[in-house]
Design a binder for this molecule. Structure first.
Ligand code: NAD
Length: 477
């Protein structure tokens, strides 16, 4: 499979193509992706800029109808997109199919919210009238990571397009193929130039974020990249919208039923091999429930079956890329050298394949110092530290003692008590007795974080404010 750039609704070939290897079977090449450069970025941004002139004149109804038609087509080819994406990014096929379904739910939810989000205001009195119109901004740069590339692309581009903007998307080099199929399929329903895709690494991303005709940057990824983007955006005073990393705490209160809670917490930590921004990354447990929690968590973690992402028996796939694999392996090695109390669990499904992919066993670390590296960093892998605590005041302080502030969760059988704690947590999102959004939450919770977890929100009605400009007209009678 050979994947090209996509500019002005046309495939664009390049001089260089990079091979993409299956992170679960490193000997297998999944395909080849075109490597763009600054000149391709310029072509794509110019195409999006030209398309903006007429796209902005279309009605919201027209834009919504085009988007929903494209969503139907994505539904039709979901299985093929999931297959390609799972092969290149290592996330289980079953998870990737769910990711596409959830992405399409998000798309339709956002489309439902658009009419009220984008409506204009008219205010009149005896002196005259005022109208406040929400206008699109122009070309928006959309940069997405590898860990959940389909849902993150869908939730990012939907409000941007509905508001009347045009886009240039740059996916991650280790998750480009599925995203290109998604976007080129959708683009065929849109006028040429509304959706463009350029492929490549950081240098291509940087050419995009510094292009003078790009009016806004919407980025999902790591904090260091966000800093580089903010610096390049400063040159032309662009606005930035950032969805960044997290270090989500789960706080178990002493009235929680561990039989119910532990399976959900383990799943909230190890889903997608721990590679999602709002994975549970540290668990705080009352000291007198600690041993019971630990025993239960180990039994459940040991039931994971680690194997290739297309193996239907596997419940945990590999790590996405070599850098990330090395980072987590070294983190675990440092823990082992420091004498930490850790266990590696799970069943290895294909031992003969173990060194032919970026596989790791899930790790539970007990009796951890609350300030240890494993607690304060974003592991972004299958490692879960358990921290004992004594008082509610102490645990709230520990949970908030982080530069991140994406998600968080409180686990209790007393809703009022849990809400009291939730109100004191420094995070963009707090879940009670779950870690992830419900159906309702997915539509109405502004998705995103505070502190170094991001700037701005996605998904809910608030997202539209990120991608519009206000235009006020005052008529004097
Ligand atoms: P990353 O920051 O390395 O890369 C993200 C994207 O930015 C890629 O497409 C990459 O090619 C591009 N990029 C790299 N350097 C660039 C530059 N100088 N200018 C412009 N673009 C550049 O992140 P990753 O490793 O792909 O993803 C993992 C990170 O993403 C984790 O920190 C995770 O928490 C975060 N994330 C956040 C959310 C959220 O919604 N908050 C969701 C998923 C992932």
């Amino acid at each position: 499979m050979k994947i090209n750039l996509f500019i002005n609704n046309e495939d664009v070939t390049t001089e260089h193509y990079d091979e993409v290897r299956d992170p679960g079977r490193l000997r297998e090449i999944v395909g080849y992706i075109a490597k763009g450069d600054a000149s391709h970025i310029d072509q794509a941004v110019q195409a999006a800029h030209r398309a903006f002139r007429s796209w902005r004149q279309t009605s919201l109804e027209e834009r919504t109808s085009i988007l929903l038609k494209s969503a139907e087509e994505i539904e039709r080819i979901a299985s093929s997109i999931a297959n390609t994406t799972a092969k290149e990014n290592g996330i289980l096929f079953s998870r990737t199919i769910d990711e596409i379904k959830l992405g399409l739910i998000d798309l339709r939810n956002i489309a439902d919210l658009a009419p009220s989000a984008l409506q204009k205001r008219i205010i009149e009195d005896e002196s005259g009238w005022v109208s406040v119109v929400k206008r699109p901004m122009g070309v928006v740069a959309c940069i997405v990571p590898w860990n959940a590339p389909i849902i993150l692309t869908l939730q990012k581009i939907t409000p941007i397009l509905l508001a009347g903007n045009t886009i240039v998307v740059k996916p991650s080099p280790t998750a480009s193929m599925g995203v290109v199929t998604l976007l080129t399929t959708m683009a065929k329903f849109f006028p040429p130039g509304v959706i463009n895709v350029v492929l490549g690494g950081g240098e291509v991303g940087s050419a995009l974020t510094s292009h003078p005709l790009v009016r806004k940057i919407s980025f999902t990824g790591g904090g260091n990249t966000a800093v580089a983007i903010m610096k390049s955006a400063a040159e032309t005073l662009k606005g930035v919208h950032f969805e960044l990393g997290g270090n989500d705490p789960a706080i178990v209160l002493d009235d929680a039923d561990l039989n119910e809670v532990v399976p959900k917490i383990v799943e909230g930590a190890f889903r997608r091999t721990g590679q999602f921004c709002f994975a549970i990354k540290r668990v705080y447990i009352p000291s007198d429930m600690y041993d019971e929690f630990y025993e239960k968590a180990c039994i459940l973690t040991d039931s994971y079956k680690i194997g290739h992402q297309l193996n239907e028996e596997a419940t945990m796939g590999p790590i996405n890329n070599q850098l990330q694999y090395q980072r987590i392996s070294e983190l675990i090695e440092r823990l082992e050298h420091s004498g930490a109390n850790l266990v590696k669990l799970g069943k290895v499904l294909e031992p003969e394949n173990w060194n032919n992919g970026y596989y790791l066993q899930p790790v539970i670390v007990r009796d951890v110092d609350p300030n240890a590296e494993i607690v304060t960093c974003e592991q972004f892998g299958p490692v879960l530290p358990l921290i004992p605590y004594h008082t509610e005041e102490e645990v709230i302080h520990m949970a908030n003692n982080s530069e991140f502030g994406l998600g968080s969760s409180i686990w209790s059988s007393d809703f009022d008590r849990a809400l009291g704690v939730a109100n004191q947590i420094e995070a963009g999102m707090t879940f009670i007795n779950g870690h992830g959004q419900t159906h309702l939450g997915s539509k109405y919770i502004p998705f995103g974080g505070i502190k170094q977890s991001g700037i701005g929100r996605e998904k809910s009605i608030e997202v539209f404010d990120e991608f519009i400009e206000y235009h006020g007209i005052n008529y004097h009678k």
